[in-house]
Design a protein around this ligand. Structure first.
Ligand code: 5AD
Ligand code: SF4
Length: 439
């Protein structure tokens, strides 16, 4: 028997965690770990957690409860907690959850292999001086033609509801040369679409030739990489949408016409209490400028309802903003008080009120999403295949506008780019008929 060890990773929350989970699996591969989808087989279970809302954190403890039974039958199994709950709660997790062997924060992942080898229970939630990205392997284990690339981490914005500045720390941008190098390697491995990631991605200001580069300039340079057909970036703050970045949306055909630009609320009073540092009007003007640069761009947003002090009039202002913009998609959440954030000190809106507002807001967003998708029917779209569909002979990929598109194409392979005509708009996807293979 070989001593292949098996790793099971569960990822909660945002795309940054998806990226981090892949990096952890790669770091552990060097120690002989192969990933498994079957948790019962695992020698090491890693839970890469999210702390953004209370529900997200609670999932960790219910999953740990289930793992305890598994570990009772298999005592040599190691259980690790990674991600933002690990960062926020640290040793508290070891106290609350006796089955946990290691707790590792997002800034310490390069030390994970050593932690796994260690005897006894270990916690590492330091923010190190060294660059954790320096430990990335030469080749990445890829799944399909799309990849994430983290260009910055952390956030200095301190929105009054948000834990990110505490769990992910201050804003740090990676240097331009390293990112270009990593992007070129991804393309050489067959990647055709890269999504630049950061908690506050458009605050990017990495060191490049001649000084600090903004995200617009980085995108322009990435667009020169032969074979890199599509670029996206997420998540952005309205106050960091600078002129050059907006112009890039008009100048670069590779930059896809979809932008996630959270506004959170449409009420100036609430925006101020949230410490967002912009008004609803400023957001609407920004949307106009972005649409002037790229008229067909689809916008999406995040919304929080029931922020402390939100009145019915504040909520109506949010609905007005949604009507004024017309979003292609949106995520909406009931406010969740997070310990340590300024808003957590304030009196919450009654749960029934917040629930009713959430439903009303989601109904409006769903209607807008449906209208936008319906308008795609009959149009020609480019689709980059990511995986086979559920039906035989079917492939699934994303359009330029980030719609999931199903295409009947028995000869289709993952990584193909095709032209297809949209025939049906389903609740969360489109169906389209193949026209031609682009490449
Ligand atoms: N309560 C509810 N939603 C939150 N978000 C962040 N913090 C909270 C919170 N305390 C939402 C915001 C953010 C998204 C990632 O999660 O809308 O943009
Ligand atoms: Fe959190 Fe985003 Fe605000 Fe930063 S900009 S504090 S990540 S909501």
């Amino acid at each position: 028997m070989t001593d292949v060890k098996k790793l099971f990773v569960k990822t909660y929350g945002c795309q940054m965690n998806v990226y981090d989970s892949e990096r952890m699996a790669e770091a552990l591969a060097a120690q002989g770990y192969v990933t498994t989808d079957v948790v019962e087989e695992a020698d090491l279970v890693l839970l890469n957690t999210c702390h953004i809302r209370e529900k997200a954190s609670e999932k960790l403890y219910s999953d740990l409860g289930r793992l305890r039974a598994l570990k009772a039958d298999k005592p040599e199994m190691k259980i690790g907690v990674a991600g933002c709950v690990a960062q926020a709660e640290g040793e508290e997790i070891l106290r609350r959850a006796p089955m946990v062997d290691l707790v590792v924060g997002p800034q310490a992942y390069h030390r994970l292999p050593a932690m796994v080898e260690a005897r006894g229970r270990v916690v590492d939630t330091e923010f190190p001086v060294e660059d954790k990205f320096a430990h990335l392997p030469e080749r990445r284990a890829l799944r399909g033609p799309t990849a994430f690339l983290t260009v910055q981490e952390g956030c200095d914005k301190f929105c009054a509801f948000c834990v990110v500045p505490y769990t992910r720390g201050a804003e740090v941008s990676r240097p331009v040369a390293r990112l270009l190098d990593e992007a070129r390697k991804l393309v050489a491995q067959g990647v055709r679409e890269i999504t630049l990631l950061g908690q506050n991605v458009n605050a990017y200001h990495g060191e490049g030739p001649g000084g600090a580069w903004g995200l617009g300039r980085l995108l322009r340079e990435m667009a020169r990489i032969e074979g890199l057909d599509r670029l996206r970036y997420t998540t952005s703050h309205p106050n960091d949408m600078h002129d050059d970045l907006i112009a890039a949306h008009g100048d670069l055909p590779q930059l896809m016409p979809y932008l996630h630009l959270p506004v959170q609320s449409g009420s100036d009073r609430i925006l101020k209490a949230m410490n967002r540092k912009h008004t609803a009007e400023a957001y609407l003007r920004l949307v106009e400028r972005i649409r002037a640069a790229r008229p067909d761009i689809l916008l999406s947003s995040d919304f929080i309802v029931g922020f402390p002090g939100e009145t019915d009039a504040d909520f109506r202002a949010t609905l007005d903003l949604i009507r004024a913009v017309g979003f292609g998609a949106a995520f909406s959440f009931k406010y969740s008080a997070r310990p340590g954030t300024p808003a957590a000190e304030k009196t919450p809106v009654p749960a029934e009120v917040a629930d009713a507002r959430l439903q009303e807001l989601q109904a409006l967003i769903t209607a807008q999403q449906r209208t936008v998708q319906q308008a795609m029917v009959g149009r020609e779209v480019a689709v980059l295949y990511e995986k086979p569909g559920r039906k035989p002979g079917q492939m699934v990929g994303k359009s330029d506008h980030l719609h999931a598109v199903h295409v009947s194409d028995p000869e289709g392979r993952i990584g193909d780019m095709v032209r297809a005509r949209v025939s049906v708009s389903a609740p969360n996807s489109l169906a389209a008929d193949l026209i031609s293979r682009i490449a």
